[in-house]
Every structure is written in C-alpha cells, then in structure tokens.
Design a protein around this ligand. Structure first.
Ligand code: FEO
Length: 405
C-alpha cells in the first residue's frame, strides 16, 4: 500500500467511497472521507471516517504505524461521515486525549453516549505540543455544524479544514495538482452550492479572520476530496466570490411542465432574454437533479421559475426544488415566475411567495396562461424575458432594484 505523505511524517490515511450517489438529497459520484496521521512524540490522528470504512482507515494507519501507538485523536467535526468509525477506533487505539470543541464535546456525547472517553475540550486558539510540532484550534461554529472546528499544524503550515474547501469527488489521486482542474472546480462549486450557501455570511467572517490572523497556509487539508497542496489560493479565491453571492450575469429558466405549455412559455421567455443579450440556461426539472440546478443557481444572477398548476399547487418537482433552494438561501438575484394552468392557476403565486420570502428581487408580477398559449400569448412571454433582461442589466450596473410585489 502506497503511503500518502503531505509533508514529512504527515500522512493521509482516509478512505475513498466510490459507491455513494446520494448525500442527503445532493447527488454525488462518490467521495472521500479524509483522515490524517501525524507522527511525532505524540502521535496524532485527525478525524476518522464513515463507519463502513473503518477497516480501510485502520489498514492505512497500520501501513505506517501500529494504531495502538496513537496518543491523540482530534475530532474536527462530529457528523457521522467523519465520526462513524470513532467507537471502534477509540477501542483500538485507546487515546490519551480526544480533542474537540465545546459543542463537539456535547455532540459526541449525544451521538455515542460515552462519557468515559478522554475528552479534552479546546479553547479557540489553544496550542498543543506534539513534540517537534504544534497544533492549534480554530472554532468554526456552524460551518457547517455547531461543533465544527479547524486544526492548524503550525510548523508545516497545514490547515485541516473539516468540511470546508472540500468536494464530493472519488479519485485515485489525493492532491489538487493530480486531478483534472475543470472537474475539481465543478465539484468544489457543487459542494459549496449544496452544503455551504446558507452559511455564506459565516464563510465571509472566517476568511476575514484567517486573513487578520495572517496564518501562513501551505496546504488546505479538508475532510472530503483532494488536499490543496499546490494551489490553496484557488479555492480560497473561489470561496471569497461565493460567500458574497457574486453573480456571473447569467439567467436560469428553471421549470417543470405537464403538457408542454409551461415549456413553451419557458422557451419564449428565453428568447426575450437572448434579445437583451443575456446568457441563459434552460433547466428542465424532469431531467436535471435538484443539486445540479442548485450548482448553477449559486453563481447565477437571475432565477426564473416555471410550473404548471397541479391540484391547486405547483408540480411536485418544483415544490421539491423550491424547498431545497429555500433552505440554502442564495441571495443577490433577480427573479420572476410563470406557468400554465387549467382552471385555478395557483402555482405562480406560490412560487412568487417563496422567492419573496428568500429576498430574491421579483421584477415581474408573474405570468400565467390557461391551457395552451397561442402566438400572441407567447409574445407576452418574450416580453417577460425582455423585462428580466433589462432589469438584470440595470441590477448588474449597480442600480437599486425594488421588488414589484
Ligand atoms: Fe462531511 Fe458535515 O460532514
């Protein structure tokens, strides 16, 4: 088994999951659960893995050292994909100390019900000597759980960042410079969009805090995906854009349709956007997974939603998507809604209300059309697209835009 070394005596000992396709509603193509081993006078394991991967973790540790020699265990995050292996690992290594945040201590007790484990609750900024090296801890509460923290290995300038700066990406290689850059950045974008968007204000504060601390960072070592050893600034710069909801100027037409009328409206609206010189993307929810749509939403500047009315409500796929997007709370966007109906037509009003609740700026009161739209009605849809396009250009130019409803 090849030893994977980040720096002298600092190893990756995690597990690669080639199987998982669904992560709480977020579609993934596998992932990794990263754990790190530091060999020093106090041998230290940072994080563990999801329970079914416990033996892979132990094999990787045994490849370097007898697990029983590990003295310290650091728990940066209690979510089960990083802590599921803990009971078996603690039994195997019998650590002298288990380092965790205050909230991590509480969460560990509530997950594993083991008050007898040798917890050491760290205070933010606390330093622990391992011998030649020093660890310090940075509280990152609600990024993305209350217990989350980062651990910094001072002498090697490696920041172990828990879920932050990760990707759900299963690969044979472990470092940023060894994988396809387009795939890497796509997966990093998808990960931020589907996990961290809601916590963007906290990401912004964290980046400012790290900058203020003037922490030298040679590598970012997250708990998922690759270690950023060659270009950590690439992902830091991306987070700096994402956390302030910086849009790319693009409009998304996201819709679901019963008998193609809403789809006809969607295509006509897109024509209006195109006339205004706005780049757009059509996302039919019948063929696009909610988490892929959310990835586009992260950087989009306008979100136009369409749904036919079914049983006095919106179509189930739109309800699913809206519930998902509302939870993640993307901001700094223009919006509008449309849809066809047979006799009641509540979908547009419902979508409007949700976008309004999310503080997306509605630049149109919404457009609904009965049964099948004819040519002149499609012209009204084109006009809606033009309105969104004109408003978006003003918005991107920095004009203050008020919601029309
Ligand atoms: Fe990868 Fe929040 O666990």
């Amino acid at each position: 088994m090849k030893k994977i070394e980040l720096a002298e005596n600092v190893y990756w000992v995690g597990a690669v999951d080639w199987v998982t396709r669904d992560f709480h509603g977020y579609s993934i193509n596998g992932t990794t659960y990263n754990a790190y081993l530091i060999i020093d006078e106090k041998i230290t394991l940072i994080d563990t893995v999801k329970k079914p991967y416990t033996s892979e973790l132990l094999h990787r540790i045994r490849n370097i050292i007898d697990p029983a020699k590990i003295d310290y265990l650091v728990v940066n995050h209690v979510e089960m994909d990083h802590s599921g292996a803990l009971p078996e690992i603690i039994e195997a290594i019998k650590p002298e100390k288990v380092f965790c945040s205050k909230m991590g201590h509480k969460a560990l007790l509530q997950h594993f019900h083991r008050p007898d484990w040798p917890y050491h609750v760290v205070t933010p900024g606390e330093e622990v000597s391992l011998g030649k090296r020093t660890l310090s801890f940075l509280e990152t509460r609600m990024l993305h759980w209350p217990d989350s923290m980062f651990t910094y290995l001072k002498e090697d300038e490696i920041l172990f960042t828990s879920d932050a700066f990760g990707e759900h990406l299963a690969t044979s290689e472990r470092f940023d410079d060894e994988v396809n850059q387009d795939v890497l950045m796509h997966e990093a974008t998808k990960y931020y969009a589907n996990i961290l968007t809601l916590y963007s204000p906290l990401v912004k504060k964290l980046l400012a805090k790290v900058q203020e601390m003037q922490l030298p960072i040679k590598m970012l070592a997250p708990d998922h995906g690759v270690v950023w050893r060659s270009n950590p600034s690439k992902i830091i710069e991306a987070y700096s854009r994402w956390c302030v909801n910086q849009g790319n100027g693009r409009a998304l037409v996201i819709y679901d349709t019963m008998w193609e009328s809403t789809k006809m409206m969607a295509k006509a609206i897109a024509e209006g956007l195109h006339e205004q010189g706005i780049e757009y993307k059509m996302l039919d929810l019948q063929v696009n997974h909610r988490s892929d749509v959310m990835t586009d939403v992260l950087e989009a500047s306008a979100v136009i939603l369409g749904s036919s009315t079914l049983n006095n409500g919106m179509l189930p796929r739109m309800a699913d998507f809206l519930m998902y997007m509302r939870g993640l709370r993307p901001t700094n966007k223009i919006g509008a809604c449309f849809g066809s109906y047979g006799w009641s037509g509540e979908a547009v009003k419902m979508m409007n209300e949700t976008l309004k609740e999310m503080n997306i700026i509605l630049c149109h009161e919404g457009l609904k059309m009965q049964y099948v739209p004819e040519h002149a009605q499609l012209g009204t849809c084109v006009e809606l697209g033009r309105t969104v396009g004109k408003t978006l250009k003003a918005f991107l130019a920095g004009e203050k835009i008020e919601s029309v409803i």
